[in-house]
Design a protein around this ligand. Structure first.
Ligand SMILES: Cc1cc2nc3c(=O)[nH]c(=O)nc-3n(C[C@H](O)[C@H](O)[C@H](O)COP(=O)(O)OP(=O)(O)OC[C@H]3O[C@@H](n4cnc5c(N)ncnc54)[C@H](O)[C@@H]3O)c2cc1C
Length: 397
């Protein structure tokens, strides 16, 4: 006679079967929880030059970013003091396998807007504490000078260091208090990109800690796939521990210009014209001004005080305006020629004539301009919302 398998156990036995299934599942769950609860102690055994922090203050700090919209609470923060700190930690997590559910996020200066440098219950690697590579400029007999920097270095520091050699990186972001790893994981775009490409096009070589904890050098010609994946890869393909950034001779001064348009087509025509002309300007950026007040108040506060009088009297009647921001780099002895050249280029443009704002500033003042505005805004008690608006380039009025 054929029996249904369960009927073999009889009614009482079904009860025991259920009991054993529940017992079995709860054993698995306990074992899983046991694994999770043991994760911090297994991490504590890692041989590190730096350290792991589990303290609430650090965890809370790492669960926030500039955007202040997402908060993912990590389990621990790694403050690496060597590349092997990062490699050992990642290797350890890799060896735990998928069941650990542990994720890792590199954090630069935490200026993301949507939690990109956060991880829920995982490990945040605080890249700014990785100061293992002295910034090292190579200029000697080199047509393409470069600087080697740690992935957690701030661009503002790279600027100051390379200027000591009369050199400068070629492509920037508008704001320099961001890390190399943070902007290279995005793209790094500003007004120099039309000439040199974004920052990711100005990197010669990278050192990466991969997802399995290996330390790998890569460039266009060596491990090219990794190189191109990491650049613009939002931290998903490896951790940038060192980058070789291309440099060019630095100017000492900048002629900095802003003009306004009410007609979008005139604005884009002029922008395209300047971009396609060779050597017209060194920096070209366009942006929209959503002007609700009719007065261009903040406009001037983010610019240098030497605006011409006519421009301060310009009334926009609350219209949306378009701004072309231009810069021409020069050294003192070239001042007259540069003034003539700039005048010639401007004479071909169709901006609203009374809105020509121009000034001369040092190269550093120009590149660090957004930080100066940030300090002004913070001193006036700017909230995170104001700072977010500021992030959208503070150019609305
Ligand atoms: C005020 C302000 C102005 C800005 N201006 C510009 C601009 O002009 N042009 C522009 O292009 N962008 C601009 N941005 C955006 C900025 O480039 C990105 O938000 C950038 O990611 C911030 O860098 P961070 O060092 O704060 O990185 P984080 O926010 O800490 O990290 C950003 C991403 O990079 C990853 N990451 C960080 N370090 C590494 C590393 N070493 N290796 C691998 N992955 C890493 C993180 O995991 C995360 O996914 C601006 C942002 C702000 C707040």
């Amino acid at each position: 006679m054929k029996h249904h398998p369960i009927s073999l156990f009889g009614q009482h036995n079904i009860f025991f079967l259920k009991f054993f299934i529940i017992l079995f599942l709860s054993c698995i769950a306990t074992r899983f929880n046991f694994c999770l609860s043991n994760i911090p102690s297994s991490l504590k055994t890692l041989p590190l030059v730096g350290h792991l922090s589990f303290d609430e203050l650090s965890l809370t700090k790492a669960s926030r970013d500039f955007g202040n919209r997402y908060q993912y609470h990590p389990m621990a923060i790694l403050y690496p003091n060597s590349v092997s700190d990062i490699a050992n930690t990642i290797k350890h997590i890799w060896n735990m396998g998928h069941s650990s559910h542990l994720t890792v996020a590199a954090r630069g200066h935490g200026h993301s807007l949507s939690g990109q440098a956060q991880t829920h219950g995982g490990i945040v690697i605080n890249m700014e504490s990785l100061k293992v590579y002295e910034m090292n400029v190579d200029v000697i007999g080199n047509d393409s000078p470069y600087i080697d920097v740690s992935g957690g270095e701030l661009w503002i520091n790279i600027l100051h260091e390379s200027l000591r050699y009369g050199l400068t990186p070629r492509s920037w972001t508008d704001y320099l208090h961001l890390t190399v790893g943070g902007t290279l994981s995005n793209a790094g775009v500003s007004g120099q990109a039309f000439k040199h490409g974004p920052q990711i096009s100005n990197v010669q070589q990278l050192e990466i800690v991969t997802g399995t904890g290996e330390v790998v050098n890569c460039s266009k010609d060596q491990n090219g796939e990794l190189f191109h994946s990491v650049l613009g890869g939002l931290g998903q393909f490896g951790i940038i521990t060192r980058a070789r950034i291309l440099l060019e001779p630095a100017p000492s001064m900048v002629k900095w210009i802003r003009v306004l348009y009410s007609d979008f087509t005139a604005f884009t025509n002029d922008q395209e014209r300047l971009i396609s002309e060779e050597n017209a300007f060194d920096y070209i950026e366009g942006f929209v001004i959503i002007n609700r007040t009719g007065l261009l108040n903040n406009w001037r506060s983010s610019f240098n005080p030497q605006d011409p009088l006519q421009a301060t009297h310009f009334k926009s009647d609350g219209k949306t305006l378009f701004c072309l921001e231009l810069a021409k780099y020069f050294n003192f002895q070239e001042m007259d020629i540069v003034n003539q050249e700039v005048e010639r280029h401007l004479s071909h443009l169709n901006y609203i004539q009374s809105t020509l704002f121009q000034t001369e500033v040092t190269y550093v003042e120009f590149l660090d301009r957004v930080h100066v505005s940030e300090i002004k805004l913070r001193s006036k008690g700017g909230t995170i919302e104001h700072l977010l608006l500021f992030q959208m380039k503070i150019f609305s009025t």
